[in-house]
Design a binder for this molecule. Structure first.
Ligand code: NI
Length: 162
């Protein structure tokens, strides 16, 4: 089921999301809905708070034949290396994009859609996507990671949108 994507200004996007204690039907349904909603919006990642659910779950698909799409439950970035600056956007703040500094490579740990423990290394777009979606679970948006001046300009642009 496609769910409504919550937009910047919605308080759920600022919540510290709760850990998943049990991967049950409700969580499986949430993951399916996140995937459907992400594809409908043509995004590469979507976190549960973006559909109004303050739970530590996100899905991703960077549309790379070598990197299968997936879901992460209770993700933790356990190691990181390097720094990269690339342009980022967010389905909850459509129309805005800005250069954001991120770790170049990360090691991420969590549970997959079946509730099985996974741990893997990510680089490039996948690394950036996982860092962006993990931020959502802590109520952090990419706007929070740019300079105060740029943030002010971006928020003004957002407020003036049609
Ligand atoms: Ni986002």
């Amino acid at each position: 089921m496609i769910r409504e994507i919550r937009l910047y200004g919605d308080p759920v996007l600022r919540e510290e999301c709760a850990r998943v204690e049990q991967v049950d039907d409700e969580i499986r349904r949430l993951i399916e809905d996140l995937q459907e909603t992400m594809y409908e919006a043509d995004g590469i990642g979507l976190a549960a708070p973006q559909v109004g659910v303050a739970t530590r779950v996100f899905v991703y698909d960077i549309r790379d034949d070598d990197i299968p799409p997936g879901a992460l439950i209770n993700p933790e970035i356990v190691d990181s290396e390097g720094v990269v600056k690339t342009e980022e956007g967010c389905l909850s703040i459509p129309g805005l994009a800005e250069i954001v500094e991120r770790h170049e490579t990360i090691m991420v740990r969590g549970l997959d859609a079946d509730g099985e423990p996974v741990e893997f290394r990510a680089e490039g777009l996948l690394s950036r996507c996982i860092q962006h979606e993990s931020d959502h679970l802590d109520g952090v948006l990419f706007l929070d990671r740019v300079s105060p001046l740029k943030r002010k300009m971006l928020v003004r642009k957002w407020q003036k949108r049609d």
